[in-house]
Design a protein around this ligand. Structure first.
Ligand SMILES: *Cc1c(COP(=O)(O)O)cnc(C)c1O
Length: 255
């Protein structure tokens, strides 16, 4: 059987449709902002580059995207040096403490801090690197057993201790709601995150600028509920699983 997957073609196709996808998404962002009475520049598109090769990231950067996200430190460490352009990277995945040192080097924000222990380790590594690391606190807003993220009550209880870590700068909250084909199902979780941010601001006595919420399927609803960072992969770059399956099928047929 022939190989289905040829990375040159994939990247070429991707470049063709990438410009269209960016334009469509930007229009949707602007329209959602307008519905919500928000300024269009109050929302930043973060391109989720996980599983995408560096060529695709470089193509996206050439089309004007500047902010990218990765969910695995290992993958980011290999990929980031191969991407050209002036790119900024956020970490959006589950972070293990033995990866904190690399994460501090690679990323300009860690969006997925979900325990005091992890925060303390990041603080230590940031100190060693003479850096201050902006972070978001990840919240498991729906209380799903299988998901990472702070339970809201626990976050409120630990917030002052988190805020006391001198090398971390808490800039807001992040959440991944339960997957659903209906974007409206995400709305209560986004609303909960917005309300939780207000509670955090009261505790800290300072405003928190960011709410990172909304992915390909529900970013418009997230913007209506106050998102400042929308993390979009599939709607920009196409489906990840299908590409992987095709690649795997191609490899399997060779053996
Ligand atoms: C993969 C991922 C995204 C992007 O999801 P899409 O549905 O492909 O847009 C956003 N946030 C996190 C944390 C992710 O892991």
């Amino acid at each position: 059987m022939e190989r289905i997957y040829d990375s040159r073609f994939t990247i070429y196709d991707c470049r063709m449709s990438l410009a269209e996808n960016i334009e469509t998404i930007q229009r949707q962002i602007d329209a959602a902002c307008q519905r919500a009475g928000r300024a269009p520049d109050s929302v930043t598109l973060l391109a989720v580059a996980k599983t995408q090769p560096p060529e695709v990231v470089t193509a996206a950067a050439a089309l004007g995207l500047t902010l990218f996200g990765e969910n695995k430190v290992q993958e980011a460490k290999a990929k980031i040096p191969l991407c050209s352009g002036r790119l900024r990277w956020h970490f959006i995945g589950h972070l293990q403490s033995n990866k904190c040192r690399d994460a501090i080097e690679l990323f300009e924000m860690i969006q997925s801090v979900d325990s005091l222990l992890l925060a303390q380790e990041l603080n230590k590594r940031a100190e060693q690197a003479s850096k201050t690391m902006p972070i978001l606190l990840e919240v498991n807003a729906a209380g799903e057993g299988s998901k990472f993220g702070y339970a809201p009550e626990r976050l409120l209880a630990e917030l002052k201790e988190l805020n006391a870590l001198p090398r971390l700068e808490i800039q807001g909250l992040m959440t991944v709601p339960p997957w659903s084909p209906e974007p409206e199902k995400s709305r209560p979780h986004f609303r909960r995150l917005r309300e939780l941010k207000v509670q955090c601001e009261h505790i800290l006595g300072a405003p928190l600028p960011h709410l990172s919420m909304g992915m390909s399927g529900d970013f418009e609803v997230a913007i209506e509920e106050g998102a400042t960072l929308v993390r979009i992969g599939t709607a920009l770059f196409g489906p990840r699983l299908a590409a992987k399956r095709a690649a795997t099928a191609g490899t399997a047929s060779e053996t």
